[in-house]
Design a protein around this ligand. Structure first.
Ligand SMILES: [Zn+2]
Length: 315
């Protein structure tokens, strides 16, 4: 009897200690919880509905995001005026991304996850580190955190429920050459170099995990038969790098920004990321073009997932 009471006493003490420990941890840690279970096929909004996470199907391996097409200018939020702050809007990219989402859903039966920022880039910049976003208000910083919590939540959902996936960060450029610039965090100088040089760069790219499961060498993932740019070109959309247009040469080219770097597989994880910088003419400048381009980009995504992930087979 005595023994049982002592055991009970010790285990009660341990229980109280462990509760104290966890409650202390909670008090010290002011960060929001890192893992949130988002309900599939719902839309979750941030403060004032400024950012949203359109949660896709549980088994979708695809995440889409549109960070730079917002138009809302909240009261009392001054314009970002640091000389390094870019404030131009990526016109119609959210509408194009919606077309891609709809086309993916109709072709695969799985709705992708989609994260949208509706506040003007002149007020909040999601595609830079917070310390380089040069926001003018703490409210903008908070909105940035909400946007990134959604991206992280989508990444965790894919990781947990599918085990591997692809994040496409959608943008729009106004460069002279009307072609999609496909960004993998590989520099223009390296893309202008040899295939042998490219083959040594997989570990520093945003598709590192993809390169470990694909049958193709890294240079082929950049500009071979089943590179993302090549699959876009096969759909009739100009793209660099691709088999058809392997190097940016001296033309303007974006190789991927903060979100592609952060939510790709460069450092860890099984979700790879590609930045798609789309051109306007014949692609996203009017509703008819967006519907057609959205379907073509969705077809390229499906072929990419079939070629490298073994997903969407039979679609
Ligand atoms: Zn952009």
């Amino acid at each position: 009897m005595k023994k049982i009471s002592l055991l009970l006493y010790i285990s009660t003490c341990l229980f109280i200690l462990s509760c104290k420990k966890s409650s202390n941890n909670n008090t010290d840690d002011q960060q929001p919880p890192t893992t949130v279970d988002y309900k599939p096929n719902t839309t979750v909004y941030g403060t004032n509905n400024y950012v949203k996470f359109i949660v896709g199907d549980l088994n979708s391996p695809i995440i889409l995001a549109s960070p730079h097409d917002g138009t809302i200018i909240p009261d009392g939020w001054p314009q970002r005026d640091n000389p390094d702050a870019v404030i131009v809007r990526d016109l119609y990219v959210t509408a194009l991304t919606t077309e891609i989402s709809n086309a993916l859903y109709s072709r695969t039966g799985l709705r992708p996850h989609m994260i949208v920022n509706d506040v003007a880039r002149s007020r909040m910049e999601p595609n830079r580190a917070l310390e380089e976003a040069y926001h003018k208000t703490e409210a903008a910083n908070q909105l940035w955190r909400e946007y990134h919590a959604f991206l992280k939540g989508a990444q965790e959902m894919v990781q947990k429920n599918v085990g591997k996936g692809l994040f496409l960060d959608m943008h729009g450029h106004g460069h002279t050459v009307p072609r999609v610039e496909v960004g993998y965090i590989v520099s223009k100088a390296n893309l202008n170099g040899t295939d042998a040089g490219l083959n040594s760069l997989a570990t520093t790219s945003s598709i590192y995990h993809l390169s470990t499961i694909s049958a193709y060498p890294f240079s082929q993932l950049i500009r071979g038969d089943y590179a993302f740019g090549t699959l876009l070109e096969n759909e009739g959309i100009r793209a660099v790098p691709s088999k058809q247009d392997p190097k940016p040469n001296n033309d303007d080219y974006f190789n991927g920004g903060y979100c592609t770097l952060t939510y790709g597989s460069k450092t860890s994880g099984a979700v790879s990321a590609i930045q798609l910088e789309t051109h306007g003419p014949n692609l996203r400048n009017n509703p008819t073009e967006r519907k057609a381009s959205g379907a073509k980009i969705a077809d390229a995504i499906i072929k990419y997932m079939q070629s490298h992930y073994g997903l969407f087979l039979g679609k």
